[in-house]
Design a protein around this ligand. Structure first.
Ligand code: ATP
Length: 300
């Protein structure tokens, strides 16, 4: 296992070096099987987002996501994390700067190959688990045996076999979130953006879901960007963690964990895990105090 390393912005350039999964891939393809060279997968260059004339929410931000990596973002509340994700996904236009995904400019719409999972339970209450998971496929015109096969695999992979015909109100919060994740991943995105997907879950379920997310990440070969408030979650799951400043959010440190690709939540028992979380907290503490002080000024 490599040791912890950390650096201050700017973000380094490096090939992905992702290993190929040895088992079947229910949700996607092996890294590189789309014919694209390893390296930068998505790039934000000089990106800012200003709301109206007064709220400078983000940036300037430079970020290079490496193909197949698991990258998490932590930062003080209100620093612009969700704004960054929205802009990267093409859901919101940047005020300045450029975003590219697989070498193409992102403008106005979510590019083909990008999937987004939000914190709030986005399952459709009137559809069964099976139909929820197949929703995007049907909308994209996938029908017949291939679509059915993908949905069946997804249900199986997520351990939802006994609930395929159930409705969301018959499921636990963790299961509903699994349905939402499966619904995104069944589209086989090459870049998955997750905004606090486990925010509403209890600690135990979060840990289990984290392991599941790692399993999916390995199986799909996708690049993952996760936004989280939980430092231990970021430390446990990620290859790299970007720490953002208080608003307007910028990257003040990128921590590289050096975890092996086949890691699980058991990594939390390693001494190096404590080093990662301590480093994150040391950087974040000062920024969180700044954010709280400025919120107090606004309130007062
Ligand atoms: N549509 C909008 N119009 C005006 N201001 C906005 C809008 N969306 C976000 N903001 C502001 O931009 C700033 C960043 O918000 P954002 O939601 O990106 O932060 P965050 O880091 O994700 O917050 P949290 O950690 O609390 O979820 C905040 O001050 C927020 O009030």
């Amino acid at each position: 296992m490599r040791g912890l390393s950390s650096e201050r912005a700017p973000v380094p350039q490096d090939p992905a070096g992702a290993s190929h999964p040895a088992h079947p891939i229910p949700f996607g393809r092996a890294p590189g099987s789309n014919g694209l060279a390893a390296g930068a997968h998505a790039v934000m260059a000089g990106v800012t987002r200003i709301f109206g004339s007064a709220v400078h929410a983000l940036g300037p931000v430079d970020l290079e996501l490496r193909r197949g990596e698991f990258f998490s973002i932590v930062g003080p509340s209100g620093c612009g994390k969700s704004t960054l994700l929205d802009v990267l996904a093409g859901l919101s236009a940047p005020t300045d700067g450029t975003i590219t995904f697989e070498g193409k400019r992102v403008r106005g719409t979510v590019p083909d190959g990008v999937g987004v999972v939000f914190q709030e339970d986005a399952s459709f209450p009137w559809l069964t688990v099976r139909d929820n998971i197949g929703f995007g496929l049907r909308r994209a015109g996938f029908r017949g045996p291939e679509a059915e096969d993908r949905v069946r695999h997804a249900i199986d992979f997520m351990g939802l076999n006994d609930f395929a015909g159930a409705y969301p109100n018959q499921l636990s919060g963790g299961m509903r979130q699994r349905v939402c994740i499966a619904r995104t991943l069944v589209m086989r995105p090459r870049l998955v953006l997750l905004d606090e997907p486990f925010g509403a879950l209890d600690q135990q379920t979060r840990l289990l879901m984290g392991d599941e997310l790692l399993r999916l990440w390995r199986a799909s070969g996708a690049t993952v960007l996760l936004i989280t408030h939980a430092l231990d979650e970021a430390a446990m799951l990620s290859d790299r963690i970007g720490v953002m400043s208080s608003r307007p959010g910028r990257f003040i440190e990128i921590v590289e964990t050096g975890w092996p690709r086949d890691r699980t939540s058991a990594i939390a028992a390693e001494p190096a895990f404590g080093e990662v979380t301590t480093r994150l907290w040391n950087t974040l503490r000062e920024e969180s105090l700044k954010a709280m002080a400025s919120q107090r000024r606004v309130a007062g």
